[in-house]
Design a protein around this ligand. Structure first.
Ligand code: ZN
Length: 279
């Protein structure tokens, strides 16, 4: 199953095309894309036999984040061996965790304003919670995932790495620094949700390419470890980490510049496309 947020309304891909969920369900489900995660199991059941209306035209300019207002965003650092190496760290025993504040969320297409500093790219697989997860095991973890989407963990490195102790969250939370989309895809849609190619490019030049099978801590391992500490709530988001090829790890280092176009993809989900502009 594949859903999207079109101009603030939840839509479902059916055999007839994109279908407005509130209309097709006769008001059983809200048009609000965030609210659906509270009733995910019921929605899955309905969606499996939803009337295919095909009443929504999907224009890129109308597509927003499939998860517009999560209560929590958890993000994982150094979760690919090659990225840990390029960052000058050994492979971590425990996943480093930070947040991206929710005001940084934006949609899959459009402009992102570049603040002062050194703004870097990090393509990531994003997992969205569909059932409250509290102290769940790895084996149970996929059952708590609504779906997967593409994310960019855009990062301003000067603030990220400043201060007497590490404090990643601010430098990763400027407005527009958490694009997600274009669709949320349920795990059963993939041949193997543990092995998806992901990558990104700048003005068509490939800068990152990896596979999620190289994650140090897989999606189920992350859910088990995170939910051991705090409940993961329906509609919460986990940015799972980025493979090698970020600008900070290059020699010479390279950062995003106004006028550049950043595209980011995960196999089987889709592509994000953003134009960087001066703030
Ligand atoms: Zn990241």
């Amino acid at each position: 199953m594949r859903i999207a947020n079109v101009a603030g309304r939840l839509v479902l891909l059916t055999t007839e095309g994109w279908t407005d969920v509130e209309r097709a369900s006769g008001g059983l489900f809200s048009s609000d894309p965030q609210e659906i995660f509270e009733r995910w199991d019921q929605f899955r059941h309905w969606a499996a036999q939803a009337p295919p209306a095909g009443d929504v035209v999907l224009r890129e300019s109308d597509v927003r984040s499939p998860v517009p207002r999560p209560r929590q965003i958890l993000a994982i650092g150094l979760n690919y061996r090659d990225h840990a190496n390029e960052s000058g760290f050994s492979v971590p025993e425990h996943p480093p965790v930070f947040t991206k504040f929710v005001s940084s969320i934006t949609g899959p297409y459009g402009e992102v304003a570049l603040p002062e500093g050194s703004v870097d790219w990090e393509v990531e697989l994003v997992a969205v919670i569909g059932r409250r997860a509290w102290q769940v095991s790895e084996e149970q973890a996929w059952g708590h995932v609504a779906g997967l989407t593409v994310g960019q963990d855009i990062s301003e490195r000067d603030i990220q790495l400043s201060g007497p102790v590490p404090q990643f969250s601010l430098g990763k939370s400027y407005p527009g620094f958490a694009p997600m989309g274009p669709y949320l895809v349920t795990p059963d849609e993939f041949d193997d949700p543990h092995d998806l190619e992901l990558g990104c490019s700048i003005n068509g030049e490939e800068v990152q390419k990896g596979r999620t099978s190289d994650l140090i801590f897989s999606v189920p391992q992350l859910i088990a470890r995170l939910s051991a500490v705090l409940p993961l709530l329906p509609g919460d988001v986990i940015f799972t980490g980025t493979p090698a090829g970020v600008g900070m790890g290059r020699s010479p280092q390279r950062f995003l510049a106004p006028g550049e176009e950043l595209t980011s993809y995960v196999e089987g989900i889709g592509e994000l496309r953003h134009r960087l502009v001066r703030a």
